[in-house]
Ligand binder design. Structure first.
Ligand code: UD1
Ligand code: CA
Length: 455
């Protein structure tokens, strides 16, 4: 099968009014990735070599987005929404390039299963002309019913065109179809619009192919793969299903999730074996975790790279460009952005490290802040290997602290500190013997005098 070329035509011209959104429906995200991009991924996983995206509503925004999630996709605008067959034909130019297999998919069905698509393509390779992916929803209302006879699919009847008997059929059209490329355009061009909705139905190609004596079959897929998203409640449902699948996959790959239902992955999270994730952890896009890390509760990670055996949180925030090397520690209420924390370095409490390098084995005291931004530009802080930064210090970038440098607590460091130097960046303490007692007595007698005057 792998030698067969395959074009995936993804229909996404719909308006999606029920999302009540200024953004096209299919750009709403699941696990941080637009739902239509999930469809693209499934198509690619099923071996699609070409991608045609049929767009309409919000075409410019769709093109811009597609450029990111499917740079190789060709986009085709369907000017008027005259039905699913009409929509597929908007991509006529791509279809006529002569692909072996054509996969038709809907942009609003993000949980679609690549294995079902691959199995449908296998049927095409065996000589079947049209393969329809079917499913059994809890209620078939609103779906096209699959009418079978002797193991062959003879027709798909839309709800509005069904007889009472046909309405009782529970096996429904999920919306995905695989069509042999050599027949696709001919079959589509024969579709008319004499039906209850006056639309050109893609589903009519089943009867048309049958009439030509071609083989047409239905294959059953799981309910989730056909879950179409029309509103934000369904979007959340799809997100929940996606997360459940991903958590299970992570656990089976050797990751401990203590309370899996509270951990949220992104579509691209990479997480190695023997990582322990405590409850309530959020992974935004771009996180890569090697093995053996512990992510304590309530941590929020985006765009971070984490090497072996690191310890993060609780309540840590790792932002894009956070690069933790082996055994680094980023503890509670710390934020790290665009910064390398080298092997064994510790950033343990209430600290902000941004645009910086923390050298191997360095220890950053509680409340340390890299002052990386002057309101206009960002500057770099370089902290050498084995340095010690005392608590509550401000490191005003650009600034360098040499290897083994030692910063006194509460310092404001504006000048670079050489290797092994000790730097104080604060006023010297003054201690006056007996002065505390004297002050207290003065304050007490003034208060007593005020009280007497008020009587
Ligand atoms: C369609 C199927 C139905 C199936 C159901 C599964 C047809 C005629 N019916 O019905 O058998 O059970 O999906 O969910 O195919 N679109 C366009 N341009 C158009 C029309 C539709 O791009 O002119 C896109 C929509 O944006 C959507 C998809 O095609 O992504 C499906 O269209 P929709 O109107 O939702 O079809 P259904 O009536 O749900
Ligand atoms: Ca629909």
């Amino acid at each position: 099968m792998s030698q067969r070329s395959c074009l995936s035509v993804i229909l996404a011209a719909g308006e999606g009014t029920r999302m009540k959104s200024a953004m096209p429906k299919v750009l709403h995200a699941i696990a941080g990735l637009p739902m239509v991009a999930h469809v693209v991924k499934a198509a690619e996983a099923a071996g699609a070599t070409g991608l045609a995206l049929v767009i309409g509503h919000g075409a410019d925004e769709m093109r811009r987005a597609a450029h990111k999630f499917a740079p190789k996709a060709e986009t085709f605008v369907q000017e008027k929404r005259l039905g699913t067959a009409h929509a597929v034909l908007a991509a006529r130019e791509a279809i006529s390039k002569g692909y072996d297999d054509i996969l038709v998919m809907f942009g609003d069905t993000p949980l679609i299963d690549a294995q079902a698509l691959a199995a449908a393509r296998q049927k095409l390779a065996e000589g079947v002309a049209v393969v329809v992916i079917g499913f059994r929803p809890p209620s078939p209302i609103g779906y096209g019913r699959l009418i079978e006879k002797g193991g062959k699919l003879v027709a798909i009847r839309e709800e509005k065109d069904c007889s009472e008997d046909e309405k009782k059929i529970g096996f429904c059209n999920a919306g995905m179809m695989a069509v042999a490329g050599e027949h696709a355009l001919r079959l589509l061009d024969k579709v008319g619009n004499k039906n209850a909705k006056g639309e050109f139905y893609l589903t009519d190609i089943v009867e048309i192919a049958g009439a030509e004596g071609l083989d047409v079959v239905a294959m059953e897929a799981g309910f989730e793969s056909a879950l179409g998203i029309n509103n934000r409640a369904e979007l959340a449902e799809a997100e929940a299903i996606w997360q459940t699948r991903r958590r299970r996959e992570a656990m089976l790959a050797g990751v401990t999730l203590i309370a899996p239902e509270t951990v949220y992955f992104s579509h691209d999270t990479e997480i190695g074996a023997d990582t322990i994730v405590e409850p309530n952890v959020w992974f935004g896009p771009g996180v890569k975790i090697s093995t053996g890390a512990t992510i304590h509760a309530f941590s929020h990670l985006t765009g971070a790279t984490i090497a072996e055996n690191c310890e993060i949180g609780p309540f840590a925030r790792l932002r894009p460009g956070a690069d933790l090397r082996k055994k680094a520690k980023v503890g509670n209420f710390c934020e790290v952005k665009q910064a390398t924390v080298e092997e064994g370095a510790k950033v343990n409490h209430l600290t902000y490290v941004g645009d910086a390098r923390v050298g191997a084995g360095a220890n950053i005291g509680a409340g340390t802040i890299t002052c990386n931004y002057d309101g206009y530009s960002k500057f770099f802080t370089d902290i050498g290997e084995g340095a010690f930064v005392g608590s509550n210090s401000s490191l005003v970038a650009p600034v360098t602290i040499g290897k083994g440098g030692y910063i006194a607590s509460g310092s404001v460091i504006t000048e670079s500190v050489p290797d092994d130097a000790l730097a104080f960046g604060r006023a010297r303490q003054r201690t006056i013997p007996g002065k505390g007692k004297e002050l207290r007595e003065r304050l007490a007698s003034a208060a007593a005098a005020r009280k007497k005057a008020a009587e």
